[in-house]
Every structure is written in C-alpha cells, then in structure tokens.
Design a protein around this ligand. Structure first.
Ligand code: NAD
Length: 431
C-alpha cells in the first residue's frame, strides 16, 4: 500500500489523532475500509460488440449511519482511489454532523467515448452489479466526477425495477422530477462559497478594500458554481480551467458568459459539455500547472485529486487555498504550503455542501415532504457555516492547520459513536 492514495489520506488522520482521546482500537479501525466490492459490467455497445467495464463500490465506515458517497466515471478510477474517496466521505459526514458513514463508487472508463444509450446501459449494469450492496438504509450513492442527475435517474429506476418498488431514497442527486432536491445540483459550489465567505470575514485580510483575486481549476459542476458566486459577490476571478487547459485575464473573467458557453456547446449527446473554456474570450491560454501557480489571493482546486504535490507545492503563490475537489493536495505538500504561509481549508469541510443537500434529499424522499430552494439553502448555510466556525476555532485552540482541525472535529464525533456502540468484539472474545 506504500504511496497509495489511501495511505496518503490516512496520514492526515495520524496528525489529528494526537489531539483526541479515542481508543487505539477505534483509530486502528478507521484506517481500512469495512468492505470493498469489485464488479465486472458487461455492456452491449451500439455496434453489437460487448465490452466489459470494471467498477467498484466501497463502504468505509457505517458507525454513524448508512454509508454515503458519489459514483465517479473516469479513466483513472481504481480501487485505491475509490477507497480514499470513501475515507474522505466518512470524515466529511462526521465533520458536518450528517448521520451517514462514508462510501464511494466508480467505473473505470472514459464516458465521453460512449453514446447516450451505451451510457444508460452501463449505468443500469453497474446498479445490477451492486444492487445488494446499496439501499436506502445501508448505502446511498450520488453523483461525482462525470456523473450527473440524468445518470442518477437511470440508476434509481434500475434499482426500483430490481426491488419491484419505487425507491427514490436509494440515490441522491436525482432530477427534481424524480424526487431530487432543489438546490442539489449547485450545493457543492454554493456550500464552498458559504464556507469561504464565513472564513474570509474572520481573516485579517477581510479589511482589505481591493477586490480579491481568485483562480479556479476545474470549471465543472462544483468549480463553475463557486466561480459564479464569487463573481456575483465582487471577487475578481482571473483564471478558470478544464481538462484541456485554462484561460487567464488579470482584469477578471466574465464568469456568466463562460457558464453560458459551456452550456451552449453541450453535444447532442446532452450528457457532457464538449466546449472547452479555452476557446471563448480575449484571454491568455495557460496550462493547468500555470493556473495553480498564479499570484492570486485565493486558489480553488475543483478538478481531481493530487494536483498540488511535493513536486509543485513550492511554486504555489496563492495566500489561501479552498479545496473544492476531493484530495487535490497530497500529504507531503501540506508541510511545504504551511511553511510558505499558505492557509489551506480542507475538502472535508469546503466541498461538504454536496453531501449535506444529498442528506436533505434523502430526508425529503423518506418523509414525502419537499422543501423550497430557499429552505434548502438556508439549512445548508446553517449546517456548513456552523461546521466551518467550529473547525476554525479548533484550529486556533490547538494551533493546527484547518485540515487537522477538521479531522479532530470529525474524529471526536466518530470516536464517540464507536465507543457508544460498545465492544462487541471483546464481549465475543471473553464469552
Ligand atoms: P465535473 O465532472 O462536473 O467537473 C470536473 C471538471 O474538472 C471538468 O470541467 C473537467 O474538464 C475538469 N478537469 C478534469 N480533469 C482536469 C485536470 N486534469 N485539470 C483541470 N481540470 C480538469 O465534476 P464535479 O462534480 O465538479 O467534481 C469536481 C471535484 O469536486 C471532484 O474532486 C469531486 O470529487 C469534487 N466534489 C464534487 C461534488 C459534487 O456534488 N459534484 C461534491 C463533493 C466533491
């Protein structure tokens, strides 16, 4: 497991453990997933051929409730990646005081190479393969990179066919017409903006009257929404990027027109945005590597994990980093950034708006009572800003990074739940 993503993720846990009083048994149990499922998904392609895709679903820990976590369709999906994402979900739900454990799923493929019909067959095939591993009371999937509400709708439908009853609460991030929550599609970016605003108001820099400059890596679901909120609030978003590269304008980009361009250039498949932000306005084209090292006040990695590592951390010039992506900074980069005086706000807090509104969706599905967008956003703001303030206070009390403080907060909650469940293992051994 040396150098694995999960080992790297666990290093953050080790740093927080010395500040909490949980048992060694509990700490040990939190280092490995509870269960990992690897499946093969045969898919009949449009040309009549058969392709078999590899998929995964991992339950990391379910002490605090049914496990929860998104499904990623991406060529880099591996068991190690899915396990680390499930690890982060466990700590994210605990840090936000959401009554869920952590899980994640994924299929290794480039979904942009599939037609819409092939994608639907793959999505249904994935649910066929994991149906006994998920359920409204056991494990509840949601969207992640390159999956979306349409795919969640197909998956919910397939699960309902298998169970022979409509089961909206098995999956969140569904289309609103199928029981999705208002505000879910924008929740990750909106939650990140609430955290950023709450924290920035408490930083010495908040007194500065000049507009703050921001660079956003990854102009997808999460990144484009947070960029739009920042633009509307008067921040100067100088650079954004997608998988093909980035654009940079020191005077600031017009985020609404970039959002419109991305939406307008959606292909006829109507699944993914095929337009790149790189062909839009008067701008300088930059690489993703260049975007990360721009001299800005705030850097927002919102694409994939391991974007800032020991190899490039010394080039980062931003004063604050808000991790909207999961795991964009490797553990070895933490110390380098800290030594440079860069303050990092961690993924398990900053991007928790998505799982918070997924929890709201699950509650609405189970109660049958649906909330207005205003109510969803009010509840989201209250829950995520409470967590942000608690974590920031813990960081000051223990004089640790915000990341370690977030893990301390989550560990306290997880440790209390594990201890409260008793010691069945000891009981069984001694009986
Ligand atoms: P998305 O598929 O909507 O967008 C991903 C974006 O990143 C796309 O614009 C893509 O072009 C870009 N991208 C891909 N590879 C890149 C690279 N190497 N460099 C720069 N850009 C690249 O995905 P999303 O849902 O916005 O997720 C983005 C991140 O946020 C992921 O880490 C995901 O786990 C995390 N996240 C998402 C949610 C959610 O609700 N969507 C919730 C929590 C965390």
């Amino acid at each position: 497991m040396a150098n694995s993503l999960l080992t790297d993720a666990s290093r953050r846990l080790d740093r927080a453990l010395k500040y909490v009083t949980i048992s060694e048994d509990t700490a040990e149990r939190l280092k490995a997933p509870k269960a990992s499922l690897k499946v093969s998904i045969p898919v009949r392609m449009d040309d009549g051929s058969l392709r078999v895709f590899e998929g995964y679903r991992v339950h990391f820990d379910d002490t605090r409730g049914p496990t929860k976590g998104g499904i990623r369709f991406h060529p880099q999906v591996s068991l190690d990646e899915v396990q680390s994402l499930a690890f982060w979900m466990t700590f994210k739900c605990a840090a936000l005081n959401i009554p869920f454990g952590g899980a994640k799923g994924g299929v290794t493929l480039n979904p942009k190479e599939l037609s819409k019909a092939e994608l639907e067959r793959l999505s249904r095939g994935y649910i066929d393969a994991i149906a006994n591993f998920i359920g409204p009371d056991t494990d509840i999937p949601a969207p992640d990179v390159y999956t979306n509400p349409m795919i969640m709708g197909w998956m919910m439908d397939q699960y309902s066919i298998i169970r022979q009853q409509r089961s909206p609460a098995v999956i969140t991030g569904k289309p609103v017409a199928l029981g999705g929550s208002l505000g879910r599609s924008t929740a990750t970016g909106t939650g990140a903006f609430y955290v950023l605003e709450a924290i920035m108001a408490q930083l010495p820099d908040s007194q500065k009257s000049t507009p703050k400059t921001v660079a956003v890596q990854g102009f997808g679901n999460a990144g484009s929404v947070v960029a739009r909120h920042l633009f509307d609030a008067g921040y100067t978003v100088v650079a954004v990027s997608d998988s093909r590269g980035g654009i940079y304008t020191p005077s600031g980009l017009d985020i609404p027109s970039i959002q419109k361009f991305k939406a307008d250039t959606r292909s006829v498949k109507a699944v993914y945005c095929d337009g790149s932000v790189c062909s839009l306005v008067d701008h300088t084209v930059i690489t993703n590597e260049e975007l990360l090292s721009l001299d800005v006040d705030i850097l927002i990695p919102a694409a994939l994990e391991n974007q800032i590592t020991g190899a490039n951390a010394d080039k980062i010039q931003a004063r604050y980093i808000f991790e909207v992506a999961n795991g964009p900074i490797s553990a070895d980069a933490d110390d380098i950034l800290e030594a440079k005086g860069i303050t990092v706000f961690p993924d398990i807090l900053v991007n928790a708006g998505g799982v918070t509104v997924s929890y709201f969706e699950w509650v609405q599905n189970r109660s049958g009572l649906y909330w207005s967008l205003e109510e969803v956003n009010q509840r989201l703001k209250k829950q995520i800003v409470t967590a942000a303030n608690t974590i920031w206070q813990l960081a000051k009390t223990h004089q640790t990074s915000a990341r370690t403080a977030a893990y301390i907060h989550a560990l306290n909650s997880l440790g209390a739940a594990m201890d409260a469940r008793g010691t069945r293992a000891d009981y069984v051994r001694n009986s």
